[in-house]
Design a protein around this ligand. Structure first.
Ligand code: AMP
Ligand code: MG
Length: 400
């Protein structure tokens, strides 16, 4: 059996597709992965501006006036500057009324906020002299020209789009979406919406897999249920290899099982059956079909969910060109006890204010355990968990 980290390392060694880049509109770029580094093309802000509603003045003017014994002498308010309007140079010994975001006029270097002064009949009296440079956002305070802002492989979040927009960019170069072909295997499967015959079950894996893959930003090519006809499976898999970058199937990878998908993958490419020390989800297949990576997930609904999240996800994100970084694991207090296991166990738990609660059934066929939980507790091989232990918790929300 492979440990989880051995399986991850083996999968990451499988050759990944090289995706082309494409230039898209910034408005459509949320969740896409950058195909080139982004360097600043502008200083932001492009000119010094005010951080407050107040008055701009030259600090030295006021200091020298007070040293000359004119400390309380008011300053003439010589102009008014709203955000978006360009200022006149400040006349010496005067102040400019201005508002947040308005440019500092040449000749001024400090802003006093309106709460710290009195303005009356066109005259400004400063009650509390701020330090020189106060309330001024200098040019380039946020971004300076040429600075690296974002790197190849970053997935664009809302704030990243905002940053690119602040540079005046309305297009961005990203990797084309990874195309993932999906196949559900099993003679017992029926699509939802159709009546269920004897011995049949609904194809739930298709929806679990599609949802995760779409959430990761991939283009899913759904090939539906693989019928039990070798010729049909062969043509489906060949088509998948032509259209998609990666092929994923569920079911039919248990050792010794009679399954056409396994046999045909072997004819069209290569197939490696792994036994991974993970619970749920021990059987896993990795291979190629006509040169495209093939991942064969187990059939049990929770095994599909867990192996897609834990084993397949890093490979798929890397295939998309993304630098995903390590999985985010937090520490939570266990509100349950659990005997050790010979495999690494991914327990479905609910997060509460006091810690994590174990879902009542941890069977790999119990899909409610995945739906009625907030994340996974990773129980290392052979370690028991006692109430009050600090355990590794992986929230579903960090795996999206
Ligand atoms: P298998 O790995 O094909 O032996 O499947 C293991 C279990 O998962 C069996 O109980 C299957 O009926 C079930 N199963 C397989 N594929 C699916 C699917 N697409 N949706 C729901 N259950 C499935
Ligand atoms: Mg099956």
């Amino acid at each position: 059996m492979l440990t989880v980290s051995e399986a991850l390392a083996r999968l990451m060694a499988v050759p990944r597709p090289a995706l082309p880049g494409e230039e898209i509109a910034l408005v459509a770029a949320l969740g896409r992965v950058l195909a080139e580094d982004q360097q600043a093309v502008l200083d932001v802000p492009s000119a010094a501006n005010s951080a407050m509603d107040g008055y701009a003045f030259c600090h030295a003017d006021v200091v020298s006036a007070s040293q000359a014994g004119n400390g309380s002498k008011p300053l003439l308010i010589s102009q008014r500057i709203a955000a978006g309007h360009s200022p006149q140079p400040l006349q010496a010994g005067t102040a400019a009324r201005l508002f947040t975001g308005a440019e500092i006029p040449p000749g001024a270097d400090t802003v006093v906020m309106q709460e710290d002064c009195d303005a009356d009949s066109g005259q400004l009296r400063i009650r509390e002299l701020p330090q020189r440079g106060s309330n001024v956002r200098p040019r380039g305070q946020d971004v300076s020209l040429g600075q690296y802002l974002l790197h190849t492989g970053q997935r664009l979040r809302a704030q990243d789009l905002g940053l690119l927009a602040s540079q005046g960019l309305d297009r961005v170069r990203v990797f084309r979406r990874l195309k993932v072909a999906l196949l559900s295997t099993g003679d017992e499967l029926v699509e939802p919406g159709k009546p269920l015959g004897p011995g049949q079950i609904y194809n739930s894996n298709r929806y679990t897999m599609m949802g995760l893959l779409q959430g990761w930003g991939f283009e899913v090519l759904d090939l539906g249920i693989a019928p039990d006809q070798p010729e049909r499976i062969r043509s489906l898999l060949s088509e998948a290899a032509q259209l998609a970058d990666v092929i994923i199937s569920s079911g039919g990878v248990s050792v010794g099982e009679e399954d056409h998908v396994k046999a045909i993958v072997e004819q069209l490419g290569t197939l490696d059956l792994w036994r991974i020390a993970i619970k749920p989800g021990k059987p896993f297949a990795s291979g190629t079909v006509a040169g495209k990576p093939f991942l064969g997930l187990p059939g049990n609904p929770v095994s599909v969910f867990v192996t897609l999240l834990i084993i397949a996800r890093p490979f798929l994100l890397a295939s998309q060109g993304m630098n995903a970084g390590p999985m985010v694991v937090s520490k939570e207090r266990a509100l349950f006890e659990k005997a050790g296991n010979s495999r690494e166990d991914y327990l479905r738990v609910r997060l509460t204010a006091d810690g994590v609660e174990l879902f009542s059934s941890q069977s790999s066929g119990v899909l409610t355990s995945a739906s009625m939980s907030d994340g996974l507790v990773r129980q290392p091989m052979g370690q028991q968990i006692a109430v009050g232990d600090s355990v590794d918790f992986i929230a579903y929300s960090v795996l999206t």
